[in-house]
Design a protein around this ligand. Structure first.
Ligand SMILES: [Zn+2]
Length: 73
């Protein structure tokens, strides 16, 4: 599987999906965009509050969005 980075577009909001992850480049943790329970990266920069359906990012400079794609042969 390879990472394919997604450019954040303000009009569209943050993409979510089972194969879409948020990456914190401060602590190098990947957080699934559709977690089943409250989820956060190790340093707390990215937090996903599932009951509130809210994504909270403290430092957007250290926030990336990517999805896993199958290796092209
Ligand atoms: Zn972090």
């Amino acid at each position: 599987m390879e990472k394919e980075y997604i450019t954040y577009q303000k009009e569209k909001g943050y993409p979510t999906g089972k194969n879409i992850y948020y990456e914190c480049t401060l602590c190098n943790t990947n957080v699934n965009s559709l977690p089943e329970t409250f989820s956060e990266c190790k340093c707390g920069n990215i937090m996903i509050d599932v009951p509130m359906a809210r994504l909270m990012i403290n430092d957007k400079e250290h926030f990336k969005i990517f999805k896993f794609v199958k290796n092209k042969k």
